[in-house]
Design a protein around this ligand. Structure first.
Ligand code: CA
Length: 414
């Protein structure tokens, strides 16, 4: 009996945002995640428009290449719709959205992608990230300037170099075709998941949760457990032998699931202000994703800024290390000076002497030296006194040490 593929789409507003700017779609052949942005202007509108337009490409294709071309065309059509919407609603200027879309054609998968949402393939217990983030930090990683770990905490990690929106009339869209087979799991998610949950954790959850719904819910919960500062959307597809995900109507989640009314959107936005006033930290904890045009000047500017940051970091380290060394040196000098204010009486070979310093040694360095030799011999001292001198007698001052010598000379038989 042929196994039927199962899919699910789940979206959550997260813990800090007041509205969901993500949208997700799980249809018969097509699966999409879109993450809208635009600061205070219409990120939710952007992702909803994109999903609704791209969902029109959910149909059977003769080949995966046909599907990839159709998806690319659909993304470009969505880009045009966004520009037209901004033309009619100037208050939405600057809105944009990522799109990661996947269509199955038999044992092949067609992908179209722009932005920093991600597509992963989970096969035989291993997770592979299929799409590349179109972010500034990913550029830095690819050019070897920073590591993947540094990228995850980089202050510019939310800067996107490519999205659908009203800025570029023909944005560059990545397309690719890959094989798939029954048992594969495909995950499409917004950065609200991938920025806060490690790939290892994603892999563990995909390996351990049987149904797509259980696994997707667990993924969302994992992001919530990490504070979910951003909206989080998951579309999960289990590949069966049948390449139609039939039996239920397409699932639409996030802002695309709501009626698209700009006026209502503006009213909702007005409600956000008290939230920010009551929780001023909330507005600063997560920098909103935003798009910057992919101009050479801007890239150069960012790279320069990054170099300055690296230089500042190096200088900070250098100053810190210098200060630490200086503190150690000052400590040693003061410590040595302190030892040299002390005196004691002890044996110097066969005779008694006054020593300056303390008896301890630091490695090969002795912290005391003979200050004054006397003519009192060790042999001339009574046995008990002699052993006391051998163990040394500490003095409070040089005068005190001299008094000790006077007493020893009185006791001496010399
Ligand atoms: Ca996001």
């Amino acid at each position: 009996m042929a196994t039927i593929g199962k899919s699910v789409a789940v979206s959550h507003v997260g813990k800090l945002r007041s509205n969901n700017q993500d949208s997700g779609y799980a249809g018969r052949h097509l699966f999409v995640v879109a993450d809208g942005m635009g600061g205070h202007a219409g990120g939710d509108v952007a992702s909803a428009i994109a999903i609704k337009r791209i969902a029109e490409a959910d149909r059977e294709y003769a080949s995966a290449e046909d599907a990839a071309f159709a998806l690319q065309t659909a993304l470009l059509a969505a880009n045009t719709m966004l520009a037209e919407t901004v033309f009619d609603h100037a208050e939405l200027t600057g809105m944009g959205t990522t799109v990661s879309a996947l269509a199955r054609v038999g044992d092949r998968i067609a992908i179209a992608h722009i932005g920093d949402s991600r597509i992963y393939r989970f096969r035989d217990g291993e997770l592979d990230q299929i799409t590349a983030d179109h972010t500034f930090v990913q550029r830095l990683v690819e050019s070897g300037r920073i590591t993947q770990e540094e990228a995850a905490v980089h202050p510019r990690r939310n800067v996107l170099m490519r999205v659908l929106g009203d800025i570029d009339s023909s944005p560059e869209i990545d397309t690719t075709v890959l094989d798939t087979r029954p048992g594969d799991r495909w995950l499409i998610c917004s950065d609200g998941l991938s920025s806060y949950v490690t790939d290892d954790k994603l892999e563990t959850i995909l390996a351990n949760f049987g149904t797509t719904r259980d696994a997707a819910n667990r993924l969302i919960k994992e992001s919530l457990d990490h504070g979910a500062p951003d909206n989080v959307t998951v579309v999960l597809i289990d590949v069966g032998e049948d390449d139609e995900y039939a039996g239920m109507p397409p699932q639409i989640v996030g802002s695309a699931a709501l009626p698209l009314t700009y006026e209502a959107e503006i009213a909702r936005r007005a409600l956000r202000l008290p939230t920010l006033l009551l929780h001023p930290l909330k507005s600063t904890q997560h920098e909103d994703s935003h798009f910057e045009p992919e101009s050479e000047e801007y890239l150069d500017e960012l790279i320069l800024e990054d170099k300055r940051r690296a230089l500042r970091r190096r200088i900070t380290w250098l100053v810190a290390i210098t200060l630490a060394i200086a503190a150690i040196v000052v400590g040693l000098v003061l410590g040595y000076q302190w030892t040299q204010t002390h005196y004691y009486v002890g044996a110097n070979g066969d005779t008694v002497a006054i020593y300056k310093g303390v008896q301890q040694t630091v490695g090969p360095i002795s912290l005391s030296s003979v200050y004054q030799q006397t003519s009192i011999t060790m042999e001339g001292l009574p046995p008990y006194t002699r052993s006391t001198v051998e163990e040394t007698i500490s003095a409070d001052s040089l005068a005190d040490a001299r008094k000790i010598i006077e007493r020893l000379s009185e006791l001496s038989n010399d």
